[in-house]
Write a protein of this length. Structure first.
Length: 219
C-alpha cells in the first residue's frame, strides 16, 4: 500500500487521536511508548507539508549495551525508563527530535531524527550509535561511515544524513525503500475486511512496529 499526501495526513492525524495517552506524563520527563507522544505539525507557510513530531530524552550508553530487547509497541504501561536513568548526571542527557514525514518518492512514511546534547550541539553518527536510540543488533553487520550505515551490497544505505523535507534542517533518516514489503506482511495477517481508512491506520501502526525493531522508540 502507498499513500497520497492527503491520505498520509489523515492517517497520521487518526493515529495521533487513536493513541493519545489518557494520562499526561510529567512535562520535565515524559514517558513514551512507540505509539504515543506524537503531535501533528503544519508548515508555517505552505499547505501539504505537515508531519508528525515529538521530542524524547535519550541517555548515553555504557560500554555494554543490554537493552536491545524488542518490546510490544502497544504496551502502554511501559516501565521503560531504567532506574539508573533517573540518577544520570545532566551531561548524560540527550534530546532527540523525532519526525514522521511523507516520502513523495516512495509514497510511504519516513522516519527522521536528530540528537543534541544540552548545549544544542548535534551528535555525529559515531556518538549516536553510543546512545539508547539505535538497536545494536540491527547494525551489527553494517558498514558505518561518517554519513551513513548500510550493507555493502545494498542499493541504498539503511541510515543516512539528509535534510528534513519540510524544515530543511539536517537530520538522520531511515531509507524507506525496504520497509513497505515488511509492513505489508503484517497487514495481510490482519482482518481482510478492514475498511480502507482503518487499513491505513493499521498500516501506519505496522510501520511503527517494524521501525521499532531498528529504533528504540521508548523514551
Amino acid at each position: 500500500m502507498t499513500f497520497t499526501r492527503s491520505q498520509f495526513d489523515q492517517a497520521c492525524k487518526e493515529f495521533i487521536r487513536h493513541h493519545r495517552p489518557q494520562h499526561d506524563s510529567p512535562p520535565d520527563f515524559p514517558m513514551y511508548t512507540t505509539y504515543n507522544g506524537w503531535t501533528w505539525k503544519e508548515h508555517n507557510y505552505l499547505t501539504g507539508f505537515g508531519y508528525m513530531e515529538r521530542t524524547t530524552r535519550l541517555k548515553r550508553q555504557s560500554t555494554c549495551r543490554t537493552s536491545d530487547t524488542i518490546f510490544d509497541a502497544e504496551d502502554s504501561t511501559v516501565d521503560s525508563i531504567d532506574d539508573a536513568a533517573a540518577t544520570l548526571p545532566p551531561a548524560d542527557y540527550l534530546t532527540c527530535q523525532q519526525y514522521v514525514v511523507f516520502s513523495a518518492t516512495f509514497q510511504v512514511p519516513t522516519f527522521y531524527f536528530s540528537v543534541h546534547d544540552l548545549s544544542g550541539t548535534p551528535l555525529v553518527l559515531s556518538e549516536i550509535m553510543q546512545t539508547s536510540l539505535l538497536r545494536q543488533h540491527a547494525f551489527d553487520t553494517s558498514q558505518v561511515t561518517v554519513f551513513s550505515i548500510g550493507q555493502s551490497n545494498a542499493n541504498f544505505p539503511l541510515l543516512s544524513l539528509g535534510d528534513h523535507p519540510t524544515l530543511g534542517t539536517p537530520c538522520w533518516y531511515l531509507h524507506p525503500c525496504e520497509i513497505g514489503p515488511a509492513v505489508e506482511e503484517i497487514v495481510k495477517a490482519a482482518e481482510e475486511d478492514t475498511l480502507i481508512q482503518g487499513r491505513r491506520l493499521l498500516w501506519l501502526e505496522a510501520w511503527f512496529l517494524i521501525l521499532s525493531s531498528v529504533i528504540d522508540l521508548r523514551g
